[in-house]
Design a protein around this ligand. Structure first.
Ligand SMILES: [Zn+2]
Length: 227
């Protein structure tokens, strides 16, 4: 009897011919590559995301609030090398597009001059982080997250910009309960997460991802029609 080919645990469509790190290995400094998760994926899901993985890393480690995390020094040096490597022109273009000069005002409305600020491409981040969620879901449940479920990523910084009612709902009805669950760690100080799946529906749920002990994202997994 012919052995059934194993399918990719991310897309569930193509044969799994490679192993891929979830979350991307490039986020981890060499000394913090502890208990990394490797999952069987297809070549497309593995390779096509490498530029997006690097983009996520660049955005995360360029933030001032992660500077004190000891693992980010090595990664920042790697970023500097990529930015001066003529072979990495594509990535440099991507990175420089993320930095835009904006007029900056004080909270009281005083004009403070033109300053470079990050304008993050959330579509790109959403792609990488959705893959992380699909991978972690498989890792914990041994099931592939069905394709009729969508993942909505909300950065913590953006949560504060949401209307008060929505913000209160997310904080009291979602984050409050997710926070009571077990903390999982991949790498000591690199990637932490908690998650809660709804009882009625084994796919839907909420995940809180934390990078370098500072940067939080909330991921909501819902059936397509619920969004
Ligand atoms: Zn795939």
């Amino acid at each position: 009897m012919k052995k059934k080919k194993r399918l990719c645990v991310i897309c569930n469509e193509k044969p799994a011919t490679t192993d891929d790190h979830i979350p991307p290995k490039c986020l981890f400094a060499s000394k913090d590559r502890i208990n990394l998760i490797k999952l069987p994926t297809c070549l497309d899901c593995n390779n096509h995301s490498s530029k997006d993985d690097e983009y996520l890393r660049a955005i995360l480690i360029s933030r001032a609030d992660v500077e004190e995390n000891q693992n980010t020094d090595e990664l920042r040096n790697a970023l500097m090398r990529s930015l001066s490597d003529p072979k990495q022109h594509g990535f440099q273009k991507l990175y420089s597009k993320a930095i835009v000069v904006k007029k900056v005002f004080s909270p009281a409305g005083l004009y403070l001059g033109d300053h470079p600020v990050f304008s993050v491409d959330y579509g790109r981040l959403e792609k990488v982080l959705s893959k992380v969620i699909r991978g972690l879901y498989y890792y914990h449940s041994a099931r592939v997250l069905r394709n009729d479920y969508s993942i909505k990523i909300i950065a913590e910084d953006d949560l504060n910009l949401q209307p008060q009612k929505l913000k209160d709902f997310i904080k009291s009805k979602i984050l409050f309960y997710v926070d009571k669950t077990v903390l999982h760690k991949i790498g000591e100080n690199t990637f932490h997460y908690k998650y809660l799946l709804t009882k009625e529906d084994k796919c839907a749920g909420a995940w809180v991802l934390r990078f370098y002990e500072k940067v939080h994202f909330l991921a909501l997994v819902l059936k397509n029609q619920d969004f």
